[in-house]
Each structure stands twice: as C-alpha cells, then as structure tokens.
Write a protein that binds this ligand. Structure first.
Ligand SMILES: Cc1cc2nc3c(=O)[nH]c(=O)nc-3n(C[C@H](O)[C@H](O)[C@H](O)COP(=O)(O)O)c2cc1C
Length: 223
C-alpha cells in the first residue's frame, strides 16, 4: 500500500509552504484513495529538543555499531532513556513506514525553522545513517519533496545565492539517511513582497514562483 508522510513546520495560517505541501498531499491522496496518510504539524505540536538521555543512547548505538532497528528500539537502559526514546522512536517509525515524504519547510534566517531542526535532531538516529560500504540505509529508495517558501530570492545569479543554507543543509542532512537520492525542492520565492513595501515591485514574480511551486507539487504527486 502506498504511504505518505506529510510534515509542516510553518506556524503561519497563510503559510505558502503549507499551501504547497497541502497541494502535494491532496493530489497524492486523491490519486491513491487506498494509500496510508500520516500528518505531523511541527509548529502546532513541536518535538522536544534532543536531551541527554537520547544523546547517551546515540553514543551507545555508535559505540556498539548497532544497525539493526529492532535492537536499537530496545536499547534504552534507564527510565530517563526509555522516556526520551518513547518520544523519538514513533518519529523514526513514521519515516520508515512512508514511501513518500513531503516536508513543508520555510526559510528562516537562511536555514530552516528551529521546530524542523528539533525534529531532525531527534530522528536522525545512527541506524538510519547510510552504510558507508553500500551508500544505502533503511530509508533508501523513498521519494522526498520539500515544499519551501522564502521571503527573498536565492536562485543562481541572485545576490543572496550564497546565503542559501536551507537547500544545501536539507540536501546534506537528508543525504545522511539516504533521503537525497530522489529529492525535489519546490521553492516559492519573494513571499515578502506581500508585506514589505520596497519589495512590492516583485509581487508578480512572487505570484509566478508560487504558482510554479504549487503546479509542480500537483504534477509530482500525480506522477
Ligand atoms: C523568523 C523568520 C526568519 C526568516 N528568515 C528569512 C530569511 O533568512 N530569508 C528569507 O528570504 N526569508 C526569511 N523569512 C521570510 C520567510 O521565509 C517567508 O515569510 C516565508 O513565506 C515563510 O514561509 P511560510 O509562508 O510557509 O510561513 C523569515 C521569516 C521569519 C518569520
């Protein structure tokens, strides 16, 4: 059965990244009525920051070279570790269960929102990291779509291109766990033209960029 994991991280009601990720999810669900669908809203229900017990678990997993997921699930030793792992492991299982993942991720201070980062710090556990010998891991083969919104423009040739730490970060971080092989970015840019007077001249550009991203989401989801 096909399965979609849909994650949003913008706290805004009028969020553009949410609009793009929703277009993807609605189309995906419309074309796969039997598919399984899981939604996680990191803004409404933030994942708690990684804590000392999880870091202790991660060190143990690394020290012992644990790659088996069942073994990793059962590794907590103390009540504190169990409590922390009970927060993390369902997030890991959501990733494992999905064959397609759509991530709504705005650009915040040239990177990603802290809610998204907190989720990622929890979920990137050692057994999910690709095996250096094969380049593959338990999440390899999944399709990932990033629905992104940015106040400015960061494409090649723009003055701010080198300040884009959102797409390169996501490529590197998702790549660690085998999720960069089939990874597509849909960027809606210049969203600040809606409320910053000096950027009002770019409203048409913003509308076009948003339309392209939403159309791209629809096409990708129906493919
Ligand atoms: C805390 C914060 C930091 C932001 N940092 C940037 C930035 O570094 N570069 C940028 O182009 N836009 C930045 N923006 C603007 C957002 O990227 C833009 O409003 C985007 O549309 C937000 O996504 P959303 O529409 O899904 O909420 C920032 C917005 C906020 C609230």
């Amino acid at each position: 059965m096909p399965s979609l994991l849909h994650i949003d991280s913008s706290p805004r009601r009028e969020s553009v990244s949410r609009q793009i990720s929703a277009e993807f999810a609605d189309t995906w669900r419309g074309t796969r009525p039997d598919g399984a669908y899981t939604y996680r809203d990191l803004a409404a229900e933030p994942v708690p920051h990684i804590d000392p017990p999880q870091i202790e678990i991660m060190h143990r997993l690394e020290r012992q070279g644990v790659r088996d997921l069942d073994e990793a699930r059962g590794i907590p030793a103390s009540p504190e570790e169990k409590a922390s792992w009970e927060v993390t492991w369902p997030l890991v299982e959501e990733l494992l269960a999905a064959d397609t993942i759509v991530l709504g991720v705005p650009m915040y201070n040239f990177s990603v929102p802290s809610t998204f980062k907190a989720w990622f710090d929890r979920v990137l556990v050692p057994p999910l990291i690709t095996d250096p010998a094969t380049g593959r891991g338990p999440l390899s083969g999944k399709r990932v779509v990033v629905a992104s919104a940015r106040g400015g423009a960061y494409g090649p040739g723009t003055p701010r291109h080198d300040s884009d730490h959102q797409e390169p970060y996501l490529k590197a971080a998702l790549g660690m766990i085998g999720l960069a092989a089939d990874l597509t970015f849909l960027h809606a840019e210049m969203t600040k033209s809606a409320h910053v007077p000096r950027l009002a001249q770019f409203k048409d550009l913003a509308a076009e960029s948003r339309r392209e991203a939403v159309d791209g989401a629809r096409k990708l989801a129906s493919a």
